[in-house]
Write a protein of this length. Sequence first.
Length: 592
Amino acid sequence: MTHLEKLQAIRSLMKEQNIDAYIIPSSDPHISEYLPDHYKCIEWTSGFTGSAGTLMITQEFAGLWTDSRYFVQAKEQLEGSGFELVKLKVQHAPEYVQWVSEHLPTGAKVAFDGNLASLLVANTIKNTLAPLGYSIDGHADLLGPNWENRPTLPVNPAYTLPVSTTGQSTVDKIAAIKAQLKSKRADAHLISSLDDLAWALNVRGTDVPCNPVVLGFAFISENETNLYITAGKLSEEAVAEFNSYGVTIKPYEEVYDKLKSLEKGTSILVDPKRTCFAVYDSIPEGVQIIEDMNPSTMLKAIKNEVEVSHTRNAMINDGVALTKFFKWVEENVASGELSEISIADYLAGLRSEQPGFKDISFGTIAGYKAHGALPHYSATLESNSLLEQNGLLLVDSGGQYENGTTDITRVISLGNITQAEKEDYTLVLKGTIEGSMAIFPKGTRGYQIDAITRRPMWQTLRNYGHGTGHGVGFFLNVHEGPHVFNGTATDIAIEPGMITSIEPGLYKEGEYGIRIENLVLSKELKSSQYGDFMDFETLTICYIATDLVEKSVLDKVHIDWLNQYNECVYNQLESKLTIEEKNWLREKTKAI
């Protein structure tokens, strides 16, 4: 079926069921960012492959709501699909709900599949539209009947991690969660989100590309802990290990029966952002539902000393792979045979040679020239550009290692760079340095670090449309909450032990893109009569190109930081490189 045919099939089912508007979020029953193929509903329906977006279908209109990271990509991928791009004014905002109220008459029926919508999204739809007289149906699957040869749910094996890797036992993590449940007066708790599940039970898998997670649910109460997972995914040894921790293994689909069996008068904590509406709707009337963030989310965000130590080692190994990669690109670009896809494959191969490597942490963004201006660009066979000896190359990539997760962006010159490119590069670098050097009082929020990082660009009337930083997991999701460095007033304080990216950028559509990203660890610094202060330790170990720097844009403090950082990179990596690689890196890290 073509996308137009799929759209028509959905509209036919809408007519049969008297549905006037059908909403398709980019999600799954675990409210994941990255999805198993079985749940790539937006891609199947419209052809759009971005990781954030929502489809809205009526008989007269079909639209994709997404943010500025995907405007160019969406415009290209939606061509001929029957869907139009609707540009979000605010990232992640449910602006399609307002569209319904403006375009459909009172009494219209709005539907969605509760397995794909978080409780937060479902409540937003219901609470906004129901008072205006709209009918809401949260249990409408209009894709399944038409999706021939739909990929099955993954059945890949899952495995446990030892305490020597995680720094905290499963028993202790469950106890920490139970302590928070007690403080919140909750009798039970359901974990739907896969990264929270993986952290709480020290379990990993390969059910989702680039994210070492396994499909499952966890139910925790004072008297029991159940892991709901597809039969056969755990070995007999792993099942016995879980049993020794007091964790009972049950079939994946039985989680709904467990919820339906909850007794009236009990209370259960669920995270409205990370629990799907279908799961929530399984909870009987008379059970008190406490809507709050998963306790594991904040516990997971604050890395322990073992996790931090492992991550530092992962960064060194990642830096070795990246050094070899950029040297190879520089020495082979003249062949005219390097392309965006081939260099991404080569980098993945270099990472795979490093100790503990499991997977890349997201699809590599290798954007040459104009493609670098697309923050979430993914090269296809149609768009794949050959590299030439001129212009800028942006590479945003990362690895999943048993001892940590990496995420790094670097921009290098392939030759004949313009003065404008150098000035923009240096401004972005200045922003990265400003954020990395920040000293701030305890209790500071991410939007304050975001503003500090943007200041050099704002001063020149420049800006970028994405956040400055996101949390990063420990051998887990490369995007990890609850903390972010962006312009929204998220009320999450920066705590010691959090790992976050700092990644300002500048993008000139049709010309080039620049982003320089490091991961940083937030740390306690010193106390004074004015309070407790914190700063960042830069964890990422990879040289920052200096041949693109326009020194007049930087102050001495920025130049000193850059020189010290590059010197540190050389000192950390040189013992793991060949003489030729070491000499090459020595040249790249010379002080300016």
